[in-house]
Design a protein around this ligand. Structure first.
Ligand SMILES: NC(=O)c1ccc[n+]([C@@H]2O[C@H](COP(=O)([O-])OP(=O)(O)OC[C@H]3O[C@@H](n4cnc5c(N)ncnc54)[C@H](O)[C@@H]3O)[C@@H](O)[C@H]2O)c1
Ligand SMILES: O=C(O)C(=O)C[C@]1(C(=O)O)C=C[C@@H](O)C=C1
Length: 368
C-alpha cells in the first residue's frame, strides 16, 4: 500500500527530509504543509513534495507518518492541535526540533491516547533557511538522534521510522531527552550564543575602527559563521534549553576568569597549555563526518595572486559539472603564492576536481 507522509514545515530541514524519503521510497506520497503558502507552492514546484495540504487537519488525518519541521515553540503548538484530531491509530509522529525536553513532555498528549510520538533531531544543518536550501543528502553521515518516550516499548515503531528515514544516510542514535539537550547544549546551542556574542562584541568597535568589517577574515569568519543562523529558531532553542545553557555560562565565566588570571600573571606555560589542550582535542575530532563539527573534502591549490584566478578555476570545474561547496583564498600577498581552498561535498567530487585541475593547469594541488 502506498504510504502517505505528511511534512509540516517545508524549510531547510523539512525539505531535506522530504527529498531523502522520496529518493529512498519513490512509492510514498509526500504531502506538505507550510503556514506560508508561497513556500508550499515553491516546494511543489521544486518537487520537494508531491502535493500540498490546505490545512494541518487535511494532511494529518489519513497520514501514516507526520513529520514536524518547524521552530520549537510552533512544534509544541502544532502538537496540541494534532492531539485533538482523529488521526490513524497506527500513525507515527516525529519532529526535527533542536531541543527535546519540552517536546517530549508534550508527547504525553499522544502517548495517553495510544498514538506514537518519537522525538527526532538530525544533527546537521546550516545557517541557511528555507526550502531552496534543502538538499537530499544534507544529513549524510550525520547523527540522527531519536528520543522515544521513556518507559515505553516502541522498538517496532522506532524501526519503522528508521526505515522511513534511511534515505537521509545518517547514523541513528537513541537517547533520552535530557541526554540530548545536555549534549547539544554543549556542542551546538552554547557555541551559537558565543558566536553571536563575538559578532556583537566586534560590532561595538565598528565606529572607532571603520576598517574592522573589511579586516574580519579567516579566524573570525570561521568561528562566527553560525551567527548568521535564523534568529527566530535560535531564540526558541535558547529558551527551551535555558537550564543547560545557564549552567554552561556559569562554567564558561569561571574558565574566562582562569584565563584572565593567567594573562595578568604572565603565566607562559599555563597559557601555552590552554592552547595546546584545545588543539589536541580539536585535532582528534572525527573528520569527514557532518554534524556538529562540519568537515568537507578540501583541496588546496597554490595559485598566483592575479585578478581572475578564482573565476579561472571555478570555470574549469563548472565546465566539468563538478560542484563545490565553498572556495576561499587563505593567504594572498603580492608576489607570493596564495593558497586557494576549495571544499567539496563528497570525496568523489574532490577526486574529479583534482583530475580536472591537473589536466588543465600547472598549479600545485595538495590535500591536508
Ligand atoms: N537549520 C538547522 O541547521 C537545523 C538542523 C537540525 C534541526 N533543526 C530544527 O528543525 C526545525 C526547522 O528548522 P529549519 O532550519 O528547517 O527552519 P526553516 O526556517 O528553514 O523552515 C521552517 C519552516 O516552517 C514554517 N512554519 C513555521 N511555523 C509553522 C507552522 N506553525 N505551521 C506550518 N509551517 C510553519 C516556516 O514558514 C518555514 O518554511 C527547527 O525546529 C530547528 O530547530 C534545524
Ligand atoms: O552548521 C550549522 O550551521 C548549524 O548550526 C547546524 C547545527 C549545529 O549546531 O551543528 C545547528 C542546529 C541543529 O540543531 C543542528 C545542527
Amino acid at each position: 500500500m502506498q504510504q502517505k507522509i505528511f511534512v509540516i514545515g517545508l524549510g531547510l530541514i523539512g525539505g531535506s527530509v522530504a527529498l531523502a524519503i522520496k529518493n529512498e521510497h519513490p512509492n510514498t506520497t509526500i504531502i506538505g504543509y507550510d503556514r506560508d503558502e508561497e513556500i508550499a507552492n515553491q516546494a511543489k514546484i521544486l518537487k520537494v513534495i508531491d502535493d500540498m495540504a490546505e490545512s494541518i487537519k487535511q494532511g494529518a488525518v489519513d497520514a501514516d507518518f507526520i513529520i514536524l519541521s518547524i521552530p520549537i515553540f510552533e512544534t509544541e503548538k502544532v502538537m496540541e492541535e494534532l492531539a485533538l484530531l482523529p488521526l490513524k491509530q497506527s500513525v507515527i509522529i516525529t519532529d526535527t526540533g533542536s531541543t527535546k525536553k519540552s517536546i517530549m513532555k508534550k508527547a504525553a498528549l499522544f502517548i495517553e491516547n495510544g498514538i506514537t510520538f518519537i522525538g527526532g533531531h538530525p544533527m546537521a544543518g546550516s545557517h541557511k533557511s528555507g526550502v531552496v536550501a534543502a538538499k537530499r543528502l544534507l544529513f549524510e553521515n550525520a547523527f540522527y538522534m531519536l528520543t522515544p518516550p521513556e518507559h515505553t516499548n516502541m522498538t517496532e515503531q522506532v524501526n519503522q521510522l528508521k526505515h522511513l528515514l534511511a534515505g537521509t544516510k545518517s547514523k541513528f542514535i537513541e537517547l533520552t531527552a535530557d541526554e540530548h539537550d545536555e549534549m547539544t547544549g554543549i556542542l551546538s546551542h552554547f557555541p551559537h550564543i558565543i558566536a553571536a556574542s563575538l559578532v556583537g562584541h566586534a560590532k561595538k568597535y565598528q565606529e572607532i575602527y571603520p576598517l574592522l568589517q573589511r579586516l574580519a577574515a579567516g579566524g573570525f569568519r570561521d568561528i562566527t559563521r553560525i551567527a548568521s543562523s535564523n534568529p527566530h529558531m535560535w531564540t526558541d532553542i535558547s529558551l527551551r534549553n535555558k537550564d543547560v545553557l545557564l549552567q554552561l555560562m556559569c562554567e564558561w565565566k569561571q574558565e574566562m576568569q582562569k584565563i584572565e588570571q593567567m594573562l595578568i600573571d604572565d603565566e607562559y606555560n599555563k597559557i601555552y597549555q590552554f592552547f595546546a589542550n584545545a588543539k589536541s582535542y580539536r585535532d582528534g575530532l572525527p573528520i569527514h563526518t557532518k554534524g556538529v563539527i562540519h568537515s568537507f573534502y578540501d583541496l588546496y591549490v597554490d595559485v598566483p595572486d592575479y585578478p581572475g584566478v578564482i573565476s579561472e578555476i571555478t570555470g574549469y570545474l563548472a565546465e566539468e559539472r563538478i560542484s563545490i561547496t565553498n572556495i576561499r583564498i587563505l593567504e594572498t600577498r603580492e608576489d607570493i603564492y596564495g593558497v586557494l581552498r576549495i571544499s567539496f561535498q563528497t570525496i568523489q567530487d574532490r577526486e574529479q576536481a583534482m583530475v580536472c585541475l591537473k589536466n588543465r593547469t600547472n598549479y600545485e594541488l595538495f590535500i591536508q
